[in-house]
Design a protein around this ligand. Structure first.
Ligand SMILES: [Zn+2]
Length: 591
């Protein structure tokens, strides 16, 4: 019989402690310390409280917790001295069935890891879906993590311990993240479609209107029909649009969605999570034969990443009347124009202007997106509420000095363009850090025709500055540009600088943001607010209607635009519940 939260909340402390025995390996103190916080409204709240106890404990206590775990590949496996839980988990992952070469590799990694960090390698081997990682995935993770910085790796070990505890808790309480599992599986199936050249290598690349892209659209459309949407169609730019009607005709709709294209060799969840989470919510409504006083319109945007054509946000842009006809003549790397690609896909270019939505017909736009950053992962928080999508400014520049002999030019006579840009990069790093939530990056730094024995005479560079509000972004840019002028003056150099992009910040609509916050709180999860450093489709809709976003934690420090991008079935479950809560809030407030 599975334990219920009510039983856990009301049981004597000794009983509650006994029920959760083995949750954290040989470390009952963690559960002990959360018991006074009972009653818990949800398992998510209990999980967050447990993680908080570990966060607040001393470095020594954390290290003891890590060391209390058996080595994944060490003696413990051979001697069968694992706890019942660990034996079960490692058996599921198939680590007991290694080839001699795999076993030798794991042993080697294990000894390297121990020598470097002084604690055992801990991995939640049941993985993001809870079904178990393959041996290859385990070995790959091991190989990657052995190079981590020791401070980071200690935190990563703790995060894996929390994931192990999460799965154990689900087992003990007989809880299965059914919707989270389904959403996870949908992503997996969609990721089977990938562009040629990448598909063969097992990499995910879906660029605008390729065969894989059109297959994704078909699959999304069919998925929406299977969920019970009333109308499903692929529009004139390839967006997949599903509508779930309101209880009464003519009612306004809530607009939501995200993109299904990807960057090259990207992750499975970037964009797609924002399509599948609301689809799962609509599926639940349709199954319950429930209509809300407003419609739900879910859009899988065809293009956001600007990979095949330089037409970023094409999909969401079309909805606000911001499709630029000049884009149609752009050519991809093979010389195929966008117009030709659209005709080939059976899209009617003439219909694009009709895609523009009337903002009055909508309650606003909400978007769920994987965070694509390390913040939530680091704080052990599954969800975050977005306060603003950062405004950004981009520049391309060049510093011009004098190329001279590296051997004969004394240090005080040099006109070194590269060290000037290096100085600028250091200034950007320092200046951006002074603000809350500003970021600045010199991502490109090139010495054209540079030589090992020549002082750099020219240095080309890029500059990317972002902040949650435009005034903060502009102040940052002012200081950085002043510093560039000053350091060039001091070093006797010239420079050029061209602004290449200026995008306004998109602060969240306070009322919609408040809905996300209330919904997150209702899950028992601490409400955490953060700006979005990356641009999203919500930025485009922001131009015509109120918008607010929800972020979902990414594993592996939130890495994105990378195949390592990952999020768990449990976090997806919470995202679905949170979205459903927002729908219910709006339903309850509608006259
Ligand atoms: Zn995205």
């Amino acid at each position: 019989m599975a334990l219920t939260l009510e039983q856990f909340n009301s049981a004597p402390a000794t009983q509650a402690l006994q029920w959760l025995d083995g949750l954290y390996e040989h470390s009952p103190w963690i559960v002990e310390r959360v018991l006074p916080q009972r009653p818990f409204v949800s398992l998510a709240q209990l999980k967050a409280a447990l993680a908080q106890v570990v966060r607040e404990s001393s470095a020594d206590a954390q290290l003891d917790l890590i060391r209390a775990h058996p080595e994944l590949a060490g003696k413990a496996m051979v001697s069968q001295s694992l706890t019942v839980e660990s034996t079960h988990e490692q058996g599921k992952a198939g680590l007991t069935d290694c080839s001699p070469a795999e076993f030798a590799r794991i042993q080697q990694l294990n000894s390297d890891y121990n020598a470097r960090f002084g604690f055992p390698f801990i991995l939640a081997v049941r993985g993001a879906r809870g079904l178990g990682l393959s041996r290859q995935e385990i070995i790959d993770t091991f190989e990657r993590r052995v190079h981590n910085h020791p401070d980071f790796e200690r935190a990563e070990a703790l995060r894996n311990i929390h994931r192990i505890a999460e799965i154990r808790l689900n087992d003990k309480f007989g809880v299965e993240p059914v919707q989270g599992n389904e959403v996870w599986d949908w992503h997996e199936k969609l990721s089977q479609h990938s562009d040629p050249g990448y598909a063969e290598k097992g990499q995910l690349t879906v660029t605008y209107l390729t065969d894989a892209h059109r297959a994704c659209a078909q699959r999304l459309a069919q998925g929406m029909r299977d969920c019970g949407f009333d109308d499903v169609a692929i529009d004139a730019v390839g967006n997949v649009v599903g509508r779930y009607h309101a209880a009464t005709p003519g009612a306004r709709s809530l607009l939501t969605g995200s993109h299904y294209d990807t960057v090259r060799n990207g992750g499975k969840y970037d964009g797609r999570l924002g399509i599948y989470v609301p689809m799962a919510c609509v599926k639940a409504l349709a199954q319950a034969q429930r209509r809300l006083p407003f419609g739900i319109e879910v859009v899988g945007f065809a293009e956001e990443e600007g990979q095949r054509y330089k037409a970023t946000f094409l999909g969401s842009g079309a909805l606000i009347g911001d499709f630029k006809p000049a884009w149609l003549e752009q050519k991809d790397a093979d010389g195929v124009t966008m117009r030709e690609a659209m005709q080939h896909a059976g899209l009617c270019v003439d219909d694009i202007p009709k895609l523009q939505r009337d903002p009055q017909a909508y309650l606003g736009f909400v978007e769920v997106h994987i965070e694509q950053g390390p913040v939530l992962n680091e704080l052990d928080l599954p969800l975050g509420v977005v306060t603003s999508i950062n405004g950004s400014l981009r520049y391309l520049g060049e510093v011009i000095g004098t190329a001279s002999h590296a051997g004969t030019t004394p240090m005080d006579r040099r006109r070194d363009a590269a060290t000037a840009v290096a100085e600028l990069a250091l200034y950007v790093e320092k200046r951006a850090a002074q603000d809350a939530d500003s970021v600045g990056t010199v991502g490109q730094l090139q010495v054209p025709n540079g030589s090992i024995n020549v002082v750099p005479g020219r240095c080309q560079f890029s500059l990317d500055l972002r902040a949650p509000v435009d005034s903060q972004r502009d102040a940052l840019a002012r200081d950085v540009l002043a510093e560039l002028a000053a350091l060039c003056e001091r070093r006797g150099l010239r420079y050029t600088l061209e602004e290449t992009l200026r995008a306004s910040a998109a602060p969240s609509d306070p009322a919609l943001q408040q809905r996300w916050e209330a919904a997150v709180q209702a899950q028992g999860v601490p409400v955490f607010r953060l700006p979005s450093g990356a641009g999203h489709d919500a930025m485009k809709l922001h131009e015509v209607m109120p918008q607010a976003m929800l972020f979902v934690r990414g594993q592996n420090s939130g890495i994105s635009h990378n195949p390592l991008e990952s999020t768990t079935n449990d976090d997806m479950q919470l995202a679905v519940q949170t979205f459903s809560h927002v729908l219910n809030q709006i339903a309850n407030d509608q006259p």
